[in-house]
Write a protein that binds this ligand. Structure first.
Ligand code: SAH
Length: 414
């Protein structure tokens, strides 16, 4: 296990480091931001919105820039995007002369953090963008395959890509590295189209394991075919309380259902995606588990099942993000309420509800309120067993609220 570098998390966004940055003036161009933007950075955030840019003369797309406040005071160094509303993403409070070297150091720190906190799995997020002070870069490990996503102009620059690949190859020694391209993100960043594919090696599929459960992974296509690694720790937590007859609604490839099956007499997984259910079925076979998979619209199925009086002991609700932005919040909250209300009507006394929201725009407080309303409407009493978030390999930095998005409540129902 490589030793941790000397830079604490607190340093990452703050001081310069001897290896990668100096106090000497660098050739980087400068951006001036408004007092409001500067205040945001002082509070520990790393983004500056385009509306807070006062001048960015001569700055090229994806450049490493120096950031100054209106009085000309240096605030640090950042990556610039010429097209995103998030125009500036800070990478250091100092002057960065050699960005690829800084990047390689941050990757080592991210790997060391996982070595400290990730347990019982060979599938986890190695790099979580702003959560690791590597804005625009996401890397997931699926056993011996790494999956890389590059989300910004700066991270797409050739020397930057080369540094990322070199450091990952050296430290993780993967059999292959696959790039997953989200075409609409490249469009938004005004980057040339690019196909998903392998950047290293030839291996595209493998078997991952978590808490003794095995799952197929296939990097072979451009769609999201990975697992929802952010829920990994919640699978194990949910399994502790699961019992009797269980429903896993929005089951995808069966993450919750597979973990529940060892503790329940019967498990049904429901999803509207047939390809996801096909993998779920192969996953059940891999683990020699009997799980029933149903292709259905969750809203229709819950309406029918609750109307016909079906009862369960454990229900998991893990819908896709309903609120894509603040404007759709009200509709999203109605959606969460309806799902949870129906699920609560179907739970036997002493039952367990595991209910999730991955919408960043729905706060934990709002989510708790909605679940509480659903409880009073269905005349049930809910006792909070656990309030959980995303797995620790998707770190939430307190000064960057956008790094935290997943809510997972485990409730006792009576
Ligand atoms: N619980 C899963 C992740 C769920 S992601 C896991 O831990 O792996 C959300 C899932 O909801 C996706 O698989 C998607 O296919 C499914 N989905 C989206 N809308 C749906 C609907 N109306 N009815 C049923 N499933 C839906």
């Amino acid at each position: 296990m490589p030793a941790r570098t000397s830079h604490s998390a607190d340093h990452k966004n703050r001081g310069e480091t001897s290896e990668t940055s100096t106090v000497h003036a660098a050739a980087a161009s400068a951006i001036i931001i408004s007092a409001r933007g500067a205040q945001r950075l002082k509070n520990g955030h790393v983004w500056v919105y385009r509306s807070d840019i006062l001048s960015a003369d001569g700055v090229t797309p994806g450049a490493v820039v120096r950031v100054k406040d209106p009085r000309g005071r240096q605030l640090g160094s950042a990556l610039y995007s010429s097209s995103s509303q998030i125009a500036v993403r800070m990478i250091s409070n100092g002057v960065v002369e050699n960005f690829p070297a800084l990047l390689r150091e941050r990757i080592r720190e991210a790997i060391a953090y996982r070595q400290d906190f990730v347990r019982n799995t060979n599938a986890y997020r190695v790099i979580f963008s702003e959560g690791d002070f590597l804005p625009g870069l996401i890397v997931d490990r699926y056993n011996e395959i790494l999956s890389v996503q590059i989300l910004t102009q700066a991270m797409d620059a050739e020397p930057v890509r080369a540094a990322v690949l070199a450091e990952l190859t050296e430290r993780v020694q993967p059999a292959s590295i696959a790039e997953r391209v989200e075409p609409h993100i490249r469009e938004l960043e005004q980057l040339p189209a690019r196909a998903s594919g392998l950047l290293l090696g030839t291996k595209t599929s493998t078997i991952i394991s978590m808490h003794g459960v095995q799952l197929h992974y296939d990097a072979g296509t451009g769609q999201k075919t990975g697992a929802f690694l952010d829920q990994r720790e919640n699978y194990a937590a949910a399994a502790q309380y699961a019992h009797g007859e269980a429903l896993d609604i929005f089951c995808y490839q069966g993450g919750f259902a597979l973990h529940l099956a060892r503790h329940c007499s019967k498990v049904i997984g429901v999803d509207s995606s047939r390809p996801a259910l096909e993998v779920a079925d192969r996953n059940a076979a891999l683990n020699k588990l009997e799980i029933e998979w149903m292709e259905a619209n969750a809203f229709d199925l819950l309406r029918d099942y609750s109307a016909s009086g079906r009862q369960y002991d454990t229900i998991v609700l893990d819908p896709p993000a309903f609120a894509k932005n603040r404007k759709t919040l009200e509709t999203a909250l109605r959606g969460y309420k309806e799902l949870n209300l129906r699920a609560l009507k179907m739970l036997r006394a002493g039952g367990t509800l595991v209910t999730c929201s991955c919408s960043y725009h729905v706060s934990e407080k709002e989510f708790l309120e909605v679940i509480s309303e659903a409880a009073s409407d269905s005349r049930r009493t809910l006792r909070l067993l656990e309030i959980r978030g995303q797995a620790k390999d998707h770190p939430t930095v307190l000064s960057i609220p956008e790094t935290g998005y997943l809510k997972c409540l485990i409730l006792h129902v009576s």
